[in-house]
Write a protein that binds this ligand. Structure first.
Ligand code: ATP
Ligand code: MG
Length: 272
């Protein structure tokens, strides 16, 4: 069965979508059959990954019965990575989209109809822990919380824990926090080390792998492409870091599910 991993954050703009896209690519490159799902009504993840045009049918049509699962899911240039886009949505449809996604059973059914043959489903969510993100947690196995590495972020960790606990006790006992991911890390900035140490010491769920703030991530996300697709050697170290993140997360998921570490496939860099 596919493992469903939701990427969430309280604050907007902390690099969630960047994490979801690059993590999904790294997992696929490591041989995991991966489905990347865009749940953000404001976002349009990975359009450039898709082989087709930019007006993609997706989740919005799937949950309203206007598209079949094969119509909603796209193959990408990377073998092993499929995409369930958000779907066509104009600004006025956002509330309806949110309602459809939050309708009990709707998201579960949409994922069940599309995740067959996948090892892992990576779900990008809108910022905040609102109803779309909660709906995703209700049907997920794991949640990864992204926090921008700044002193203020520490204050909101407790609140995130409470939301996760609420979902666990009321709707989904299977949900587990797989990790807290420090993002937009600026090593040179005064205070960064203090915040990171406080995260590592105060919250054992904090991952060892962190996502640095770099020019390559900014450029790749402006282009809507994974960081490893920038060309030449740009983004190589960033892409490698996501392979480390994929490994760390898989090890934790295995541990949380009481499984032995599975055999690691060779990275498939040659596919790029
Ligand atoms: N590691 C990084 N280094 C540099 N810039 C980054 C990094 N991660 C994200 N960014 C930039 O920060 C902005 C927000 O990133 P992203 O869209 O991934 O965040 P988000 O949490 O998904 O935002 P939202 O809450 O709006 O969905 C983007 O402009 C992106 O280019
Ligand atoms: Mg986003």
């Amino acid at each position: 069965m596919a493992r469903r991993l939701v990427i969430a954050s309280q604050k907007g703009g902390v690099g969630k979508t960047t994490v979801a896209l690059n993590l999904a690519v790294a997992l696929a490159e490591r041989g995991r059959r991966t489905l990347l799902v865009d749940l953000d009504p404001q976002g349009a993840i990975g359009l450039s990954l898709a082989k087709g045009d930019t007006e993609l049918v997706g989740l919005a049509e799937l949950v309203t019965g206007q598209a079949s699962p094969p119509e909603a899911v796209l193959t990408t240039r990377l073998s092993g990575l499929r995409l369930l886009p958000r779907g066509r949505l104009d600004a006025t449809d956002v509330a309806t989209f949110e309602e459809e996604i939050a309708r009990p059973g709707a998201l579960d059914a949409a994922l069940e109809a599309t995740e067959a043959g996948s090892d892992v489903v990576v779900v990008d969510t809108p910022s905040g822990l609102g109803r779309v993100t909660s709906a995703a947690m209700v049907v997920a196995d794991f949640v990864l919380m992204a926090f921008q590495t700044e002193a203020l972020a520490l204050r909101s960790v407790g609140q995130a824990f409470r939301v996760i606990e609420h979902v666990q006790t009321t709707a989904n006992a299977r949900l587990q926090l797989v990790g807290i991911l420090p993002t937009l890390v600026e090593r040179e900035r005064p205070g960064t080390h203090t915040v990171l140490s406080e995260m590592w010491n105060g919250f054992p769920d904090t991952l060892e792998t962190v996502v640095p703030r770099t020019e390559a991530f900014a450029r790749a996300s402006a282009l809507g492409i994974p960081v490893g697709f920038l060309g030449a050697s740009a983004g190589e170290s960033e892409a490698r870091r996501f392979h480390l993140l994929a490994d760390e997360l898989e090890a934790r998921m295995n541990r949380l599910q009481g499984m032995e570490r599975v055999h690691e496939a060779q990275p498939a860099r040659q596919l790029l």
